[in-house]
Design a binder for this molecule. Structure first.
Ligand code: MRU
Length: 368
C-alpha cells in the first residue's frame, strides 16, 4: 500500500510555496498531472470541475485552500482579516453543494480563527495552518479505523461491489469504502472487487479500477447496469460505498446510482454498508429530504470526456450527481467511532457527544 500512498497523493499542502498541490483526477488514468493552486479561483475551479473530488478530499482541499488564500491577505486588524476569511469561505462553499465535508472543514477553520481572535493576525495564520493539517491527519487516522471496523463485517474471499470512488484518491491513505479492501489485502483476505464504472463521469472506471490495480487488488470493472447480473450470479457478498452526506436518520447521499444498488442488494439479500467519517454526518439534516443534490451540466451525459458526442444535439438531459439511499436499505453505517445500525439517531448523538469531549481535551492541549 505504501507505494500507492506515496505515488498518488490526491491533495497536499506545500507550505514553502504557499500552494495546495492536487493530483488532477480528470487526467487519470491516462496521465499523472499535479496542479499547484494558490488563488481562491484556482481552488474553487479544481473542486467544481472534480479535479479533486470525493467528500473528504474536498474538505481537506477547502481547509488547505482557505489557509493558503488567507495567508496572502494583507489585513493587520482582526476585523479586516475576518472579512477576507468570510468572503473566501462563502466562495468555496458555492463550489459543490452536496458533500458536507466541504462546509464542515470551512466551519472548523472558522472556529479556529474566531477562538484565536485576540492574537496578532500572523499568529492566527499559524493556527490556521495547524488546524488544516490536523483535519488531514485526523482524516487519515479515521480511514484506518473505518477499515478495521468494516473488516470485522467481512470474510476472506468475499466478492465486494463498490460504486464511484471512495478510495485513496477520494480521501487520504486508505480511503473510506476501500479501507477494508486495502486492510484485507495486507492480511491476505483475497477479496474480489467489482467496480461499477459510475456514469456519467466514470469515477469507478477511471479511479477505483486504477488505484485498486495499482495496489494489486483483484478488481473487475463492470458497467453500472451489470450490477444485478453479478449479484444474481452470487459473485457479490457485500456492497460497500462511501458517502457525501448522512442525515441524522441514516438516509445517505452518495454518487448517483448508489440507491439503485441498495434496492438490488435488498432484493438479493446482500448486506449494504455505508462507510465514512463522522464528519460526513450532518447534525442539521434530519433526513434525506433536506439534502441538496448537485445538478451538473448536460454535456457530462451527452459527451464522453475521451470521445465524441454520444447524443443528439438538442436532447433534454437530467444530470443529478448524487442520490439518497433511504436508511431502511442500509445494513450498517461504519465510521471511525464504530458500527451503527438502525435506529441511527441515537448512535449518532452519542458519537457527537464523544467527539465534543475529545476535541475539548485536544483543544486545551494544543492551543498556544
Ligand atoms: C470517500 S468519498 C465518498 C463520496 O464522496 C464518493 O462516493 C462520491 O460520491 C464522490 O463523488 P464525486 O462527484 O466524484 O465527488
Amino acid at each position: 500500500m505504501g507505494q500507492l500512498f506515496t505515488d498518488l497523493q490526491a491533495v497536499r499542502l506545500d507550505v514553502e510555496a504557499n500552494a495546495v498541490i492536487i493530483l488532477d483526477q480528470t487526467s487519470l488514468p491516462g496521465e499523472k498531472v499535479y496542479l499547484s493552486l494558490s488563488t481562491k479561483e484556482a481552488v474553487w475551479d479544481a473542486i467544481h470541475r472534480l479535479k479533486v473530488r470525493g467528500a473528504p478530499a474536498i474538505g481537506i482541499t477547502a481547509a488547505y485552500g482557505i489557509y493558503v488564500c488567507c495567508k496572502s491577505l494583507r489585513a493587520r486588524k482582526f476585523d479586516d482579516f475576518y472579512k477576507g476569511f468570510v468572503e473566501i469561505r462563502d466562495y468555496f462553499e458555492s463550489s459543490r453543494p452536496t458533500a458536507v465535508n466541504l462546509s464542515a472543514a470551512l466551519e472548523r477553520m472558522e472556529r479556529c480563527v474566531l477562538r484565536n481572535r485576540e492574537l496578532p493576525v500572523s499568529r492566527i495564520k499559524r493556527q490556521m495552518l495547524r488546524e488544516a493539517l490536523a483535519i488531514r491527519d485526523e482524516d487519515a487516522a479515521s480511514c484506518h479505523r473505518i477499515g478495521v471496523y468494516a473488516l470485522s463485517l467481512l470474510r476472506p474471499g468475499m466478492g465486494i461491489l463498490t460504486h464511484c470512488n471512495a478510495g485513496h484518491l477520494a480521501v487520504s491513505e486508505y480511503g473510506t469504502a476501500l479501507a477494508p479492501v486495502y486492510l484485507g489485502q495486507q492480511q491476505g483476505y483475497n477479496f474480489k472487487v467489482y467496480a461499477d464504472e459510475t456514469r456519467p463521469l466514470l469515477q469507478g472506471a477511471r479511479l477505483t479500477a486504477y488505484e485498486l490495480r495499482y495496489a494489486g487488488v483483484d478488481i473487475t470493472l463492470i458497467c453500472d447496469n451489470m450490477a444485478s447480473v453479478v449479484m444474481r450470479k452470487g459473485w457479490v457478498q457485500a456492497v460497500i460505498v462511501g458517502c457525501d452526506r448522512i442525515a441524522m436518520n441514516g438516509d445517505t447521499a452518495n454518487k448517483v446510482g448508489t440507491s439503485g444498488l441498495a434496492i438490488m442488494a435488498r432484493h438479493y439479500g446482500i448486506p449494504f454498508y455505508v462507510l465514512g467519517p463522522t464528519s460526513t454526518i450532518d447534525r442539521r439534516c434530519p433526513d434525506g429530504n433536506a439534502i441538496v443534490i448537485e445538478e451538473r451540466g448536460s454535456e457530462e451525459v451527452t459527451d464522453m470526456w475521451y470521445a465524441r458526442r454520444m447524443a443528439p444535439d438538442d436532447v433534454k438531459v437530467y444530470n443529478p450527481a448524487f442520490d439518497v439511499t433511504p436508511a431502511n436499505l442500509i445494513t450498517a453505517i461504519v465510521t471511525e467511532r464504530g458500527i451503527a445500525r438502525a435506529p441511527y439517531n441515537e448512535t449518532f448523538e452519542r458519537w457527537f457527544g464523544e467527539e465534543e469531549k475529545d476535541s475539548a481535551e485536544t483543544g486545551s492541549k494544543t492551543e498556544e
